[in-house]
Design a protein around this ligand. Structure first.
Ligand code: UDP
Ligand code: MG
Length: 161
């Protein structure tokens, strides 16, 4: 998206999105990918993995003193996760808006959590909350060789001028 970044608001960014184990179990992977594709973002990395305790501890390092932290790590290790990197203008902020509030009961209808999640501790999806956080998380979950930069043919139609 670098090519047209001067034509639209928001920088060309990448963010880490993960479908959590409850989302994978509930067959929500396709629904979640569909929402990011339809919003015009570009998939640059994708894998199914069983997250190790090491990667989860690093990922949620800032939350290590929270009372829910041990349960959070057990939940995230309970089954496979689908990790993705999405690219696009302002993708970090926009994907947080698409994901919705952490607490399912507060998440607005139309958001992924507002439509699909059932509880704050089973909230289906992760998305990075800042550009710096996204860079850190992407390098934690992906090797650089697993990410593919590719020219999408719709960019000239989306960002003319
Ligand atoms: N979480 C939880 N209980 C809480 C708060 C958070 O189980 O009271 C879990 C939940 O899975 C959440 C994750 O911890 O998505 C990370 O918390 P954060 O505040 O970063 O929320 P997020 O960025 O995912 O919206
Ligand atoms: Mg967070």
């Amino acid at each position: 998206c670098q090519l047209y970044s001067s034509a639209v608001a928001g920088g060309c960014e990448r963010t880490l999105v993960a479908v959590k184990p409850d989302g994978v179990q509930r067959r929500l992977v396709g629904e979640i990918i569909k929402r990011f594709e339809q919003r015009g973002f570009t998939l640059v990395g994708l894998k199914l993995l069983q997250a190790s305790e090491g990667i989860l501890a690093e990922h949620y390092h800032d939350l290590r003193r929270k009372p829910f932290y041990p349960a959070l790590l057990r939940y995230m290790a309970a089954g496979p996760v689908v990790a993705m990197v999405w690219e696009g203008h302002n993708v970090v902020q926009t994907s947080r808006a698409m994901v919705g509030d952490t607490d399912s009961s507060q998440a607005k209808p139309g958001t992924i959590r507002g439509d699909l999640s059932v509880h704050i501790s089973r909230n289906v999806i992760h998305a990075s909350d800042s550009v710096e956080g996204a860079e850190r998380e992407i390098s934690l979950w992906f090797h650089s060789g697993e990410l593919i930069s590719w020219e999408t043919s719709d960019q000239s139609h989306l960002f003319q001028g």
